[in-house]
Design a protein around this ligand. Structure first.
Ligand code: PMP
Length: 316
């Protein structure tokens, strides 16, 4: 059954960054009717700017909008709005190798509701910010804790889309993990408490005997665009990649573990702690395969290697 709302978005305009007005009884503030996206613009060494697969973010926000009973911009509107915003903020795109411009599209029920219902009006906006590495470790291994008490998503819930409430629900587990010295939390499925799902803001991969495995997309994890891209890059480099149920036992027994996401790119995992037991991968340094995939993806995103897949969109 579909819940899409029909509606068209007006042309839109560029505005200086600053506070926006929202009605106190807007659906987004009261009922969390909001979704967002995250993508990056990199500067090529020639000076021009590259977006990475922006139409994938457009398709994902459309899918999320349907789940949240919201209308969404078309792929063309989304990609054009991203391009316009980035071009207007060109000077904030760092030089090659010095970071990127993070782009945050946000779609929300800005119309007024009192009883629980989808909003009668919606706002789509985009803001940007220059960023460096997501984890303070940079391309150094991160240390994750496997969460056994809190869950990020349940079957039938909204774990498969980028809705704002998913991030509110992980704040507590993440804060506890950080206070205990971990970089982030790795969630397990809420039914068996046995299969890997994902980290608060990235997907997870395990390598064992040259085979790379990652949890299959089944509605409770976000279909990451980096995840999808890394699967293709790894296959093109001759790796066997499996999308399936991956158990926590396999995680503990892996040769290498890494996470993928727009913000984290490819982050090697140095250690995992599960029920008080800590497992270190290799010598705790950056794994060979993680490093290889990181280099392949980042050189594509920065325009340093030949984009055979046609994934980058160049802006002058
Ligand atoms: N999982 C979650 C929960 C996320 O927030 C993100 C970041 N968007 C990802 C995975 C990775 O997705 P992507 O590669 O598209 O950034």
């Amino acid at each position: 059954a579909k819940c899409s709302q029909n509606g068209t978005f007006s042309e839109g305009e560029l505005q200086p960054f600053g506070p926006i007005e929202l009605n106190p009884s807007s659906a987004v503030l009261n009922y969390g009717q909001g979704i967002f996206e995250g993508l990056k613009a990199y500067r090529k060494d020639t000076g021009s700017i590259l977006l990475f697969r922006p139409e994938e973010n457009a398709l994902r926000i459309m899918m999320g909008a349907e789940r949240m009973c919201m209308p969404s911009p078309t792929v063309e509107q989304f990609v054009n709005a991203v391009k316009l915003t980035v071009l207007a903020n060109k000077r904030w795109v760092p030089p090659t190798g010095k970071g990127s411009l993070y782009i945050r599209p946000l779609l929300m029920g800005s119309g007024v509701v009192l009883g629980l219902a989808p909003a009668p009006e919606y706002t789509f906006l985009i803001f940007v910010s220059p960023v460096g590495n997501y984890f303070k470790e940079g391309l150094a291994p991160i240390n994750l804790i496997v969460e056994n008490d809190f869950h990020r998503a349940t079957p039938g819930g909204t774990g498969g889309i980028k809705t704002i409430g998913n991030y509110a629900s992980v704040l507590k587990a993440q804060s506890i993990a950080k206070a205990n010295g971990y970089s982030d939390v790795l969630y397990l499925d809420s039914v068996h408490k046995k299969y890997l799902e994902e980290v608060s803001s990235c997907n997870v991969f395990v390598l064992k005997d040259k085979v790379i495995s990652t949890p299959a997309i089944k509605g409770t994890i976000l279909p990451g665009i980096t995840r999808k891209s890394i699967i293709d890059v790894a296959r093109s480099q001759g790796f066997q990649v499996e999308e399936r149920l991956v158990s926590v036992d396999e995680l503990l027994d892996a040769d290498e573990v890494f996470c993928t996401g727009t913000a984290v790119v490819v982050s090697p995992v140095g250690s995992i702690t599960y029920l008080g037991k800590r497992v270190q991968y290799g010598n705790g340094g950056v794994g060979v395969v993680s490093q290889q995939l990181y280099s392949a993806l980042t050189s594509l995103q920065m325009g340093l290697s030949n984009d055979e897949m046609g994934w980058t969109v160049e802006l002058d």
